[in-house]
Design a protein around this ligand. Structure first.
Ligand SMILES: [Zn+2]
Ligand SMILES: [Zn+2]
Length: 87
């Protein structure tokens, strides 16, 4: 697997990502130790995609969308998705 660590573009910034990259949950006030692997990613594409912001969150701050092609999302993105799909 070649994705232990790589760099991505996010909000115009180059950041290191991949499961070998140690990080802290990006939820304000949360200090959970995570890594920047896909398991902690909001959305399905590093750097962000249509539904996910590309942030990295711990298991307490990532929610299953239960929708195909969406992946797990942070609180803000899941709220946006719910708004989009219920109206
Ligand atoms: Zn998000
Ligand atoms: Zn967290």
């Amino acid at each position: 697997m070649g994705n232990a660590s790589y760099t991505i573009q996010r909000n115009g910034e180059t950041i290191a990502a991949g499961y070998a990259v140690k990080a802290t949950c990006e939820e304000p006030g949360c200090t959970a130790d995570i890594d920047r692997g896909l398991a902690y990613l909001c959305g399905q594409t590093p750097g962000g995609d249509e539904n996910g912001c590309g942030g990295y969150y711990c298991g307490s701050h990532l929610y299953m969308s239960l929708q195909e092609g969406v992946g797990d999302l942070c609180g803000r993105c899941i709220a946006t998705l719910v708004r989009k799909t219920t109206t």
